[in-house]
Design a protein around this ligand. Sequence first.
Ligand code: 0GY
Length: 297
Amino acid sequence: MATYTVDSDWLAFDPEPSRPTFVLPNGSVDAHCHVFGPGDRFPYSPTRKYTPADATKEDLFALRDWLGFSANVIVQGTCHGSDNSAMIDALVVAKGRARGVATVEPGVSAAQLNELHDAGVRAVRFNYVRRLVDPEPDEYYLRIVEKIAPLGWHVDVYFEADDLARRWDFFTSLESIVVVDHMGRPDISQPVDGPEFGRFLRLMREHQNIWAKVTCPERLSLSGPPEWSDTVPFARRLVEEFPDRVLWGTDWPHPNLKEYMPDDGQLVDVIPRIATTTDLQHRLLVDNPTRLFWKEN
Ligand code: 0GY
């Protein structure tokens, strides 16, 4: 498939983000971002549900340096399916300054998994968001869980808040660390103490192996930029109650946003409002991602 143009309903990333006011601590990790293409070298999946604009490793590493991050965790996007080549190419070029979260199928071989590990992959992603993928039954993911166990990888899950009750038994049966993308996508028009976010808080309270990414104010907010204020209480609650099980990332290049493209500098400036002390900031940005993704260092 040779369609590498931007979908008409999809925006490209902001090429000139502002410099954040918040100075990131040394060793900070952007723990959720993607690389897309370039499509003429790394073709998009024939079964993808969206076609992104190319967002290359060079663009990502320039953003890393501009914002003040030391390293990236590059998460396989659904538009590349289970072909992790673009992500692996970025990991190799980053020379230890990036780790990866891959998408694999149950038929993946031990040799293929070892190759991914050697390149810097430390987790698999299970995506349940229907506008992005057609989710599979639990058995499908269990077969993958069994195959990655010898490598000590963790599992990254992306779901809509409504899916949590349905998949609860599966998620809570996993023995590895399970990282939930974008705070489990709460409906932030509901109260932070309400039943929906309460279910997510209960998940984390009852299961010490479950972590959360306090990411994506731009996806969840109704109040909008540059402050995304309505999302702050949700992220802040997680950071304060589970300071050793939270991660932060830009989600650059922000696939599938249709109304506006966020300024990544402004996104960084949300951090001191959700992690309000230097200790919490250090755990969120440095200690937690380093422990999870660079544990052999
Ligand atoms: C994100 C969010 C989205 C896309 C993907 O893999 C993906 O395509 O995760 C989304 O559209 O919500 O984490 O980038």
